[in-house]
Design a protein around this ligand. Structure first.
Ligand SMILES: NC(=O)c1ccc[n+]([C@@H]2O[C@H](COP(=O)([O-])OP(=O)(O)OC[C@H]3O[C@@H](n4cnc5c(N)ncnc54)[C@H](O)[C@@H]3O)[C@@H](O)[C@H]2O)c1
Length: 458
């Protein structure tokens, strides 16, 4: 079978995983044929790394994207550029006859989302959105439990995600700090969380109300810490010795190589002050969401927590599941494995109505983002991967439904009222989701009396 041809656009930190997958793990099935970015330095660095594998891959600036497609003839374009630029490459790649694999968030606002949906329909090309969080074994296990009907039909979700003062703070140093680039954390980060809920429930959101603010990462906090001489970036900051948020790019070879060395090409600073007045994203967010099935969710996201991870409690007609996960401490691109689960801080407990609660043994998770990345790469690039009963591979429909919760949240913050998803886009179809328990099925009122199963108390 001929190898599939891939081009990549955006060669920053996240893209490396895909370059590695194409040149090493899946090189029997895949071929990397072109690289594109607006930063010539990062392009050269990546091309040199690939040359170390005996491969020559041509590089193109962002203005030369069409030429890259014409000259290298990829089957698939992998989009890992800055969020607000995704729509440009997703749409153009499909118009030029390519399929697309895009990183989350699919895009950052409702207008760009509509353009992607319309272009996909018009061209008939395949658009995959890489929701790696679905593939994390404990999160897949939660889907498995919900599909089994152990808590009946889901009626409500309490979902609370905390980002710590290391990884969470990092969003306030990088391009993510401005909504024009990232859509804010309700889109950039929470797209993962809203996709998980849509997929866990096999449901889609209908209306969203949000409250949010920037309470911590602002100039007033620096003043309260006593940082009177703070600079706009860490590299030359006179307060460096006192500041717990100081990031010295020179101390991390991979960060220095990817960003510091290449500032001359685009003027991008990876280490801007987390207390800067230029930041316009929230660090504290609360949402209330109603789903099409009638289920409701309360969701919160905080970006200055002492630990990182989440608690989710899902209540159903037969009981409740509580899942807690703690992640390791890291900053993006520091050379460590990002977002690994801490086994001692991760559990799933089931509380059936009228029976003893119990804890389930967790499915083993190893590798980046809760063990998700290695599994997802297999699904993306290995044609021999078996069919998936959880339907974890997502397309533009799931990409849209997940960002629309966050985009509706942003509009709700602006407009000061609940926002209906149908106000934002039209013609959006339902994703393919696995079947869930039938909500009309009778419920056993005396499960304990009729059960012979023995269970471990939690
Ligand atoms: N799924 C996950 O767990 C996960 C993790 C990290 C990042 N991501 C996603 O991956 C993408 C990249 O994030 P990153 O952390 O690598 O950021 P990054 O800043 O390291 O890389 C972004 C790259 O995009 C390039 N770029 C900027 N504007 C461009 C343009 N107009 N045209 C072409 N290239 C342009 C930059 O030069 C840079 O090389 C983002 O969409 C992010 O949301 C996903």
């Amino acid at each position: 079978m001929a190898k599939k041809r891939y081009a990549q656009v955006g060669v920053g930190d996240r893209s490396f995983m895909y370059s590695w997958a194409l040149t090493e793990r899946f090189c029997d099935h895949a071929e990397l044929v072109g690289l594109c970015d607006n930063n010539l330095g990062r392009l050269r660095t990546r091309a040199e790394w690939i040359a170390g594998h005996g491969l020559e891959v041509p590089i193109y600036l962002d203005t030369e994207f069409d030429r890259m497609i014409a000259e290298t003839k990829p089957d698939v374009v992998i989009v890992t550029s800055k969020d607000a630029t995704h729509d440009r490459y997703i749409c153009r790649a499909m118009e030029l006859g390519c399929d697309v694999i895009t990183e989350k968030p699919m895009t950052t606002d409702e207008h760009k989302c509509q353009r992607i949906l319309d272009t996909q329909k018009r061209t008939g090309r395949q658009c995959t959105v890489t929701f790696n969080y679905r593939y994390s074994p404990p999160r897949t296990q939660l889907k498995d439990l919900l599909m089994s009907g152990v808590i009946g039909n889901v009626v409500s979700v309490d979902f609370h995600w905390v980002l710590d003062t290391r990884h969470g703070a990092d969003y306030f140093r990088r391009w993510h700090r401005n909504k024009a680039n990232s859509g804010g954390l309700l889109v950039h980060k929470a797209t993962h969380h809203f996709d998980l809920v849509n997929w866990w429930l096999s449901d889609v959101p209908e209306s969203v109300f949000a409250l949010g603010a920037r309470n911590f990462y602002r100039p007033e906090t620096a003043e309260r810490y006593g940082f009177t001489r703070r600079s706009e970036r860490c590299l030359d900051c006179p307060e460096a010795d006192k500041c717990p948020f100081h990031l010295d790019l020179r101390a991390y070879p991979r960060l220095a190589e990817t960003y510091l060395k290449n500032e001359q090409y685009d003027g991008y600073f990876r280490d801007r002050c987390v207390f800067s007045g230029d930041i316009d994203i929230e660090d504290t967010m609360h949402l209330t969401v109603r789903y099409r099935s009638g289920a409701t969710m309360s969701y919160s996201l905080h970006a200055f927590s002492p630990w990182e991870g989440y608690t989710v409690a899902i209540t159903g007609t037969k009981g409740r599941i509580e899942h807690v996960a703690q992640e390791t401490v890291y900053i993006s691109g520091d050379g460590t494995v990002p977002g690994e689960l801490k086994p001692e801080g991760t559990h799933i407990r089931i509380f059936p109505h009228f029976c003893s609660p119990y804890e389930v043994e967790l499915w083993k998770a190893e590798g980046g983002h809760g063990g998700a990345d290695p599994v997802m790469l297999g699904v993306l690039f290995d044609p021999t991967t078996p069919a998936d009963k959880y339907l974890r591979a997502a397309d533009q429909r799931s990409g849209a439904w997940s960002i629309l919760t966050g985009i509706a949240g942003n509009r709700s913050l602006e407009w000061g009222r609940p926002v209906q998803i149908e106000e934002l886009v039209h013609g959006l179809e339902l994703p393919d989701y696995p079947p869930m328990p039938d909500p009309t099925e009778p419920i056993d009122p005396l499960p304990l009396k009729h059960s012979t199963a023995t269970r471990r108390s939690g």
